[in-house]
Design a protein around this ligand. Structure first.
Ligand SMILES: Nc1ccn([C@@H]2O[C@H](COP(=O)(O)OP(=O)(O)OP(=O)(O)O)[C@@H](O)[C@H]2O)c(=O)n1
Ligand SMILES: C[C@](O)(CO)[C@H](O)COP(=O)(O)O
Length: 233
């Protein structure tokens, strides 16, 4: 089986409120994206990495990340306006022999090899798999500033990445969504709406998506503690 990874790193990171996009912010001396790519570069089962970045960042990423850190499996391509557009560009750039594609956010550096491998195995069995964790808070549905409903927490999961699919399934789902003008905030929803059952596999509360400024402090603490694949040296 030929396994491609699509790493989505074409966002502007508006919620981070920083001049530089958040995937390039340094944590303990290295850009966040360096950590995420390192996890995938060092996993033998990943055959190629398609890294999707904003058009304005292509030269900088090629020189200051891919060449500088000698990432051998990574190919760089241009992203789109929304995350979904970036992932679609990534999917179209996968090698023709791709069987399975692992889609991951460039800003989730604490993913582990173990979880990625489980997601690949689940995609082989079920065609579609997403990593998720049970929500810790009680979630309310709110309308016009008032609580409308309180869904049963036992059924609520926070979806993460990687989300891993048989290649032809996710490519078709993206193409249909584009044709119909449907935009979702993850990739699983695009196959859900076609009737596929997406297998949930256990994620990790460490697999945070670096989104707002306090997440940088958390990421630094996680690195100091040797979380993810970044064991204490
Ligand atoms: N046009 C886009 C938008 C987002 N992403 C990527 O998708 C991942 C998850 O998105 P999110 O955390 O929302 O990132 P941003 O869109 O950059 O953040 P914000 O919504 O705060 O602007 C990130 O790695 C981001 O770089 C992307 O590849 N292309
Ligand atoms: C795909 C995702 O990581 C699942 O949690 C997330 O939805 C992407 O982030 P965004 O902030 O919604 O773009």
């Amino acid at each position: 089986m030929y396994v491609s990874a699509v790493i989505a790193a074409g966002g502007k990171g508006k919620r981070m409120n920083s001049v530089k996009s958040k995937q390039y912010l340094p944590v303990k001396g290295f850009p966040i994206l360096y950590y995420t790519l390192t996890v995938f570069e060092t996993l033998r089962e990943i055959d190629e990495i398609i890294l999707v970045v904003g058009e304005q960042d292509l030269d900088f990423v090629r020189k200051d990340i891919i060449l500088k850190y000698k990432f051998k499996k990574t190919r760089l391509i241009e992203g789109g306006l929304e995350r979904q557009d970036s992932v679609y560009n990534g999917l179209r750039s996968c090698s023709p022999q791709t069987d399975i594609v692992v889609i991951h956010d460039g800003v989730r550096p604490f993913i582990t090899h173990g979880i990625i491998l489980e997601s690949i195995e689940a995609a082989k069995l079920y065609k579609a798999a997403g990593v998720a964790v049970p929500v810790k808070d009680t979630i309310k549905i709110v309308e016009d500033g008032f609580i409308k409903a309180t869904p049963d927490r036992r059924k609520l999961y926070a979806i993460q990445t990687p989300q891993t699919f048989m290649y032809e399934v996710i490519l078709k789902a993206h193409e249909i969504a584009r044709k119909e003008g449907f935009y979702g905030t993850d990739d699983a929803v695009l196959v859900e709406r076609l009737g596929y059952k997406v297998k949930i596999i256990d994620g990790s509360y460490e697999n945070i998506k670096i989104t707002t400024p306090e997440d940088i402090i958390i990421a630094e603490a996680f690195l100091n503690l040797g979380f993810g694949e970044f064991k204490k040296r």
